[in-house]
Design a protein around this ligand. Structure first.
Ligand code: SF4
Length: 420
């Protein structure tokens, strides 16, 4: 557990207030995500507590739903990273074994229920036939053009070399080091392979075109090398996406579990049409009914996540997203997301914009209000929150409440101004 000297957040009668400079700074830089939007729509106080405090002070049971889900995700990611022809049932069993033996999950390997759960989830995947044949799944090849990649560093070092009078031994290395020492290339400077590429490319460029090369051919070669150095082609597994949605003032980000190729333009070396997919390890599939009047209908959060991913993937990676689906191996169900539903898409964009404005408002007022509901029993603040609602007559809610952290534990991260 983190060593927290002072409480980070104060619990007041109106809501939570941040009292730690560190948390304020993190909040100011906070990006949106599908889960943040759902959290802010639910209870802003609970969202703040869970995002910045409870993970630092509350010891988690090793076997919990989130870790089981991550373990299953890891098996599927490793399995689909295998070449198509190697994706046999035997290989899947090997991946299960390897993940259970890994440092990350070896403690869960000792817990019989967790191991049985993982096996049942994998069996569920096979029995539900979400993929007609795993060896037929074409994992997309996604192009990324990274600003400040090794191509940019190469270009900046070349400019330096051309402007300098230095021609002694080691001047190429020095020019490159000089560029890489700026904060902008911090991560790149730690990547030995990328640094080697930039140095080798500088040498061979200068050997071919010399210094101050201004001929069209030299300029074209330079631009091509910058492009090549800033481009990567990644398999569609755990793809990171980030970007602005609608008129939101901050970025939204996420990781897409699996991206399948559904089309490729002739001559392209990357996928041009794809389907986004998410593994959902919950016991119940969340079916969304478009015509419901409910404010927060079941399944909307999951649909919203996939639509956000589709928008970001199209915006950031230049592919066309032709479909999206949620795969529930435990519930053995696939839920399709209708990307042609314009109303739903507009609603999702409006939700992102509203969450963005809401977060700005909470930060400006330094107040994250309570929004009590039946879910209070599953909130770690339930034993200290002045607005908590409890439903002790509901067995599940009573059991959940009992398992929430005690006042003594919460006092390490929260300043309590009023005890219940
Ligand atoms: S107990 Fe209920 S009202 Fe209080 S912070 Fe948690 S979810 Fe919100």
């Amino acid at each position: 557990m983190a060593d927290i000297k002072e409480p980070l957040v104060e619990i007041t009668k109106d809501g939570l207030r941040v009292i730690s400079t560190e948390v304020s700074e993190k909040l100011a830089k906070k990006k949106l995500s599908a889960s943040a939007i759902t959290g802010l729509q639910g209870c802003p106080a609970s969202w703040l507590a869970n995002s910045f405090v409870t993970n630092l002070i509350v010891e988690q049971e090793p076997d919990n739903a989130a870790r089981r889900g991550s373990m299953f995700h890891q098996v599927m990611e490793n399995f689909f990273a295998l070449p198509k022809e190697q994706r046999t049932q035997k290989a899947m069993k090997e991946q299960v074994r390897a993940v259970l033996a890994s440092d990350e999950y070896k403690d869960l390997a000792e817990i019989r229920d967790a191991v049985l759960w993982l096996r049942a989830a994998v069996n569920g995947y096979y029995n539900m036939h979400a993929d007609a044949d795993p060896s037929e799944v074409v994992i997309a090849e996604i192009e990324s053009i990274a600003p400040n990649g090794k191509g940019t560093a190469f270009g900046e070092a070349l400019d330096k070399i051309n402007k300098s009078e230095d021609r002694d031994k080691g001047f190429i290395g020095r020019a490159l080091e000089n560029v890489l020492s700026s904060g902008k290339f911090y991560r790149l400077s730690k990547n030995e392979e990328a640094v080697r590429w930039a140095k080798k490319t500088l040498k061979s460029y200068l050997e071919t075109y010399g210094f101050n090369a201004v001929e069209d051919e030299a300029i074209a070669a330079r631009n091509e090398l910058i492009f090549k150095g800033n481009r990567s082609v990644d398999p569609g597994l755990e793809i990171f996406v980030i970007g602005r949605i609608g008129n939101a003032s901050r970025d939204t980000l996420g990781y897409i579990d699996r991206v399948q190729e559904t089309g490729r333009e002739e001559g392209s070396d990357v996928s041009t049409e794809v389907m986004v997919e998410d593994w959902k390890s919950g016991a119940k599939a969340k079916q969304y009914k478009p015509n419901t009047r409910a404010k927060n209908p079941e399944g909307l959060a999951e649909q919203r996540q996939q639509i956000i991913y589709s928008i970001l993937l199209e915006q950031e990676k230049g592919v066309k997203v032709t479909g999206a689906r949620l795969i529930y191996p435990v519930a053995r169900q696939v839920i399709e997301v209708d990307l042609t539903d314009e109303k739903l898409r507009e609603r999702v964009i409006a939700d992102v914009e509203a969450a963005d404005a809401q977060l700005t408002d909470h930060i400006e007022r330094n107040l994250f209000e309570y929004s009590p509901s039946i879910l209070c029993s599953w909130c770690p603040l339930v034993k200290v929150c002045p607005s908590a609602k409890t439903f002790n007559h509901v067995e599940k809610a009573r059991v959940a409440l009992e398992s929430q952290p005690s006042v003594d534990v919460l006092e390490k991260g929260f300043k309590l101004t009023r005890r219940r």
